[in-house]
Design a binder for this molecule. Sequence first.
Ligand code: ADP
Ligand code: MG
Length: 205
Amino acid sequence: MVITVAQQKGGAGKTTLAANLAAALAPTARVALIDIDKQRSLAAWHRLRPAARPAIACQELSFWRLDAEIARLRAQVDCIFIDSPPQIETDARTAIRVADLVLVPLQPSPLDLWATEATLRLAAAERQPAALVLNRVPANARLTDTVRQSCAAAGHVLLPATVGNRAVMAQAFAQGLGAAEFAPKSPAAAEIAALVAAVRLAAGW
Ligand SMILES: Nc1ncnc2c1ncn2[C@@H]1O[C@H](COP(=O)(O)OP(=O)(O)O)[C@@H](O)[C@H]1O
Ligand SMILES: [Mg+2]
């Protein structure tokens, strides 16, 4: 399964969700990360990862090496997460092209929903399935319903699993961990587990 996390808006949670999904799957699957964002935040997370935790492979790549690297990795691992830069250029296009599923995080606001349009159009142009996931959902989530309705009206796939605005996300990230590793009993851990299930279902894996 190759999942590209894409969204032209920065700060949507691409890197955070890629790290958390990888960490959640690592105990039971061979997982690889590919960081094609020049900020290299996912690779930085990976460098912080304690050796005692389930291993995850990680590479920093330029987009033009993606095709060859994905072809090679598909034979070696069970699932690959590609973290992409916050813009819709050749990099993101290539990352979308090689994916089995494009995962598009967004915060529950109209502004963020508009910002997904370019990514969704790109996925459609490449005939790639895309699924939106609401991230940093506030406790009082009236806007979430509005965004859900807008997605349904536009025919977008919105995953049923959502991730709240959770302080443990940043704390775990700073230690190279997923939220479920950092705080196994936290609401964030349960949300990530549900997200893994939803992503697997959407990717048919
Ligand atoms: N569910 C969440 N709860 C709390 N903070 C989050 C959550 N998801 C992301 N963040 C924080 O939001 C910021 C942007 O997240 P990041 O993953 O870097 O977004 P992107 O990769 O899309 O630019 C980071 O400071 C991160 O710690
Ligand atoms: Mg990022």
